[in-house]
Ligand binder design. Structure first.
Ligand SMILES: [Ca+2]
Ligand SMILES: [Ca+2]
Ligand SMILES: [Ca+2]
Ligand SMILES: [Ca+2]
Length: 372
């Protein structure tokens, strides 16, 4: 009995609903049906479940991006004791110049300065660089003189260049963009490869300008998208100045390679590496007042380092290899200090250093200054 009543009630309700619907619809009927507005809620990480839409199919579908899932994270590593030094331009900054160490020919830039005005940009001035490793990762530390890697006017990029076969042509560039935080993140890290081996042009140790290769042209990792979502990471460590710390998989670099770091607030274009092949020396300018093309012009707001060897003892002929040995002026009080700063025999020997043939030059006898 209760069941029959219930069915009867439902029938009555259905009939009433039909009347109400007709009553509501009929006054609004028009010869052209009006599309029903649909509010589309789009989320960035997952496909949305939308009601059937009367809109024509020209409406753009929401991007169906798969969320990035990381399975391995870098850890906190102690700063390694092994340290390499880049030129510190802080002391000569008031004079709007770099002290030394910029070599257009070698694609080695000491240009943490604005174009032409040569105002100092400490957030781009690399002063030390180091590397260490654990079972999964290489960790590279770049120490900079500034205090803001998120400097909004510069929007700087910090990078690590890897040369796996030691020929001076960079093979990978790990390239990180703001915002940087003190937590490991892969979100703003990219890894570029040079698959056609034209970084550096025909000669990695000389300018080939004007050269139109495509530099680091292949993006193999982009914020976690790529074959390995955990390939490369970055964070920064405020230290009074700051450290940019990179972590990248050992599988990317192998067990022996050459590496250097770069801070770029100027051109910021991996496809134009190396910059000394894109601009003549005159176009690039120079940060040293003793040079004819002072001040810096087309190649500006950039600092990079020489290349260090990892996992092998360099023979001295590796292109772009850091001069050896290179020691900090602050920790040496006697004897030859930072011989790379002397560019003539008299000042080299006066400082207690030795003026010897530079083994990196095969075609010509070139002297450079080293520790005796
Ligand atoms: Ca520097
Ligand atoms: Ca190479
Ligand atoms: Ca070149
Ligand atoms: Ca290339």
């Amino acid at each position: 009995m209760a069941g029959k009543m219930s069915i009867r009630h439902r029938l009555v309700a259905a009939v009433l609903a039909l009347f109400v619907t007709l009553a509501c619809t009929v006054p609004f009927m028009s010869p052209t049906p009006t599309p029903i507005p649909v509010v589309v809620v789009v989320t960035s990480s997952q496909p949305t479940s939308l009601p059937p839409s009367p809109e024509p199919p020209t409406a753009t579908a929401a991007p169906t991006e798969t969320p990035i899932t990381h399975s391995l994270y870098p850890v906190e590593m102690k700063l390694p004791s092994g340290i390499a030094y880049d030129v510190d331009s802080k002391d000569t900054a008031p004079e709007h110049r770099a002290p030394y160490g910029d070599s257009y020919k070698l694609n080695r830039f000491e240009r943490p300065f604005t174009r032409q005005a040569m105002d100092y940009l400490p957030d781009l001035d690399i002063v030390t660089f180091r590397i260490t490793a654990d079972d999964t990762w290489y960790y590279v530390f770049a120490e900079l003189n500034g205090d803001d890697p998120n400097n909004p006017e510069l929007d700087p990029r910090y990078g690590v260049e890897l040369d796996l076969d030691r020929d001076g042509h960079g093979d990978y560039l790990i390239w990180a963009a703001p915002p940087f935080t003190d937590q490991w993140s892969a979100d703003h890290v990219q890894v570029y490869a040079d698959k056609n081996h034209d970084t550096g042009g025909p000669s990695p140790e000389r300018s080939d300008a004007p050269y139109n290769g495509d530099g680091y042209e292949t993006l193999i990792f982009d914020g976690g998208r790529g074959d390995d979502p955990d390939l490369a990471w970055v964070r920064y460590v405020p230290t009074g100045s700051f450290l940019i710390e990179f972590a990248f998989k050992r599988s990317l670099a192998g067990s022996t390679f050459m590496w250097g770091v770069v801070a770029d607030g100027g051109i910021k274009d991996p496809s134009k590496y190396y910059y000394n092949d894109r601009f003549t020396e005159e176009q690039a300018g120079s940060p040293e007042k003793s040079e004819p093309y002072y001040p810096i012009n087309e190649v500006y707001a950039v600092d990079n380092t020489c290349r260090e060897a990892y996992g092998f003892t360099p023979n001295g002929y590796e292109p772009l290899l850091c001069p050896r040995p290179e020691a900090p002026p602050a920790t040496q009080t006697v004897g030859c200090v930072n011989p790379g700063q002397y560019h003539d025999q008299a000042s080299c020997e006066a400082a207690g250093c030795a003026w010897v043939i530079d083994p990196r030059y095969i075609a010509a006898v070139v002297y450079h200054c080293v520790a005796p």
